[in-house]
Write a protein that binds this ligand. Sequence first.
Ligand SMILES: [Fe+2]
Length: 495
Amino acid sequence: MDLSRRHFIETGIGAGLVTSLGACVSAQSVPAASAKPGMPDWHLGYRSAPANGFDPAAMKLAFGKPPADLNGSLYRNGPAQMQYGDDYASHWFDGDGLIHRIAIEDGQAVHQARFAETKKRREEQAAGKFLAPGFGTLGDESFSVEGPDDVNAANTSVLVVNGELLALWEAGSAFAMDAETLQTKGPKTWRNDLKGMPFLAHPKVEPDGRVWNLAVGGEQVGIYRIGKAGQLEDFGMVNIGRAAYIHDWTMTDRHLVILVQPWINESMRPPVVAGFEWQPQHGLQMLIVDKDDFTQQRWAQAPARMFFHTGSGWEDSDGTIKFDVVLYKEPILGVGGGAAEIRGEWAGSAADENGMLTQVVIPPKGDARLIESGIVGEFPQVDPRIRGQKRRLTALTSAPAIDRPGTTAVTVHDWQTGISDSFDFEQSRMVEEFLFVPKTTGSTDAESWLIGTVLNLKAGVTEVCVFDAAHVSDGPVCIWQADYSWPLGFHGTWA
Ligand SMILES: [Fe+2]
């Protein structure tokens, strides 16, 4: 096992950064003029958060009536250090992770946030400039890198296992955080011989609380199986044949499905993104792995597509696997990395740059079929009670804004009827990921609340919105509003 670990440390994305630092120069510099007044209002979403985050502050109820059974915490994560002086972050994926908690109890919502205190953040804060290499950042040669966690931004998602809050990145360890105060505890080690092993930002939690996740290092992929009490039950390895970009994956109740997209890393030099090549001749391949025996594998093939996020999968009685995913015709965002948006620039996007919510159908034998929903969007989410099982609904952000980045609507798509239900905030708000929160009555995915954050551009503040998953087009059930805004993030979880 130690050999495998060393493989990851030495050949993984983080280590690619280690071996090539000699060629590095300082972070991208941009003209100071773009930081001057006159920034578009949507640039609020890409502005740095205060260095100390946000102390707990009550949000005001701006609309509606909070559901009586909605009690818990919405945790979210996202890059929130976008600028030092006149230097802007070179890539959205490289900003330091700001971990939010919106605690909701008895109709009251309280927001707080803290940065994950990583080595990268500590040293860059002390220097007052970007130093670490990253996914889209070359880095400064003064920054020492001995392993992936030295460049860990802990900025992508969050997971709560047995009450422990983890801030997730994808090329290094999860970072343990205090679930109440959001203070950083440090990198999570699942087992001594797995110290520093990557832990993807898209773990999958079974309805009974067991967690599955991947460790990606080139063509080698590690598989974590974690019990609901937080103990590592198993760790195995599979080989996917090429160093594909793997940000997310999916599973059914019996199988893991690892999507090997034809966006291949041919060079591990920083910035990592520059080493990826689009090789559509390979198509989108899928490795299906038996959860009970990782050596039991089969491959399926689909046309070439790029993706970031899946919804979830299930298996029909004849072994047909179905899952949903937002598919792109070619690599997007990862390439440009939102660098222009961080500087307040927006050149627009072509229709074919948008992702389409798609169902992938893998028959027991033969090639996979792609069934497009017609919905352009991102951040697909499903009901956690039935993850891995047959279900009807997927929620996602949708309706790309016309004259700015981001989306304006929340949509729920019903795979059984083919009907979608949407609420469009139109140009006033930027919509982020919405999560299913099961109602305390009922058991179907329609019997859920949807909770998520939106950036209200007119008021210049961030809001937490709740919808009834069965009646999204009726509009929000309630909206809590902060007195301030915080930068757009990536993913969250409800606990
Ligand atoms: Fe993601």
